[in-house]
Design a protein around this ligand. Structure first.
Ligand SMILES: Cc1cc2nc3c(=O)[nH]c(=O)nc-3n(C[C@H](O)[C@H](O)[C@H](O)COP(=O)(O)O)c2cc1C
Length: 159
């Protein structure tokens, strides 16, 4: 199996999980860059607004062609109960080149109902596996076993 981890992270939590997954699988990873600055209260509020309204965000060029892999593992923080706007843009631009997909999300722990279903809908594919980790679990390094279980499941191609 040749997986690719693709993620967006505003404050480093999703990045930490992405790095653990790519280390566990020994695979490539790619960070999506938002062209808009998202720091401070305005950046926070604008990000929530974009996500809630399903807006696309401008992102930097990506370097890896997802069709060169057999599994794309997409990671995003949850904003206003949905995927982040930079990941919405990445999926919108690349979904025709996706092989199998799997998802991981990080969140404060609330209102996840729409997020995974929307990721599948936007990709037009069922996921080969999902992982949800809270900000607290990542901050306290209590997420590594979940990463190992997730990596084992998607490696086996269950689902
Ligand atoms: C604009 C905004 C909206 C958020 N909305 C939610 C939410 O609806 N539910 C939730 O559990 N966490 C929410 N969070 C918390 C983030 O999902 C969480 O802190 C995440 O781990 C941050 O990941 P990052 O460091 O990779 O950016 C929100 C954060 C931001 C910035």
């Amino acid at each position: 199996m040749k997986p690719l981890v693709v993620y967006y992270s505003r404050t480093g939590i999703t990045k930490k999980v992405a790095e653990s997954i790519s280390k566990e699988l020994g695979c490539d990873s790619e960070e999506i860059i938002s062209k808009r600055g998202r720091n401070g209260p305005f950046g926070f509020m604008y990000s929530g607004y974009e996500s809630y309204r399903k807006k696309l965000a401008e992102i930097g060029e990506t370097k890896n062609d997802p069709s060169a892999y057999d599994l794309v593992i997409i990671g995003t923080p949850i904003w206003a109960g949905r995927m982040s706007s930079p990941i919405r843009t990445y999926i919108t631009k690349n979904k025709d080149r996706f092989p199998k997909v799997a998802f991981f999300v990080t969140c404060g722990g609330m209102d996840l109902t729409k997020a995974m279903a929307e990721l599948e809908d936007l990709c037009g594919k069922k996921s080969a596996g999902t992982l949800t980790v809270t900000t607290e679990e990542v901050s306290k390094d209590k997420y590594l076993q979940s990463v190992k279980d997730f990596a084992a499941k998607i490696s086996k191609g269950e689902n």
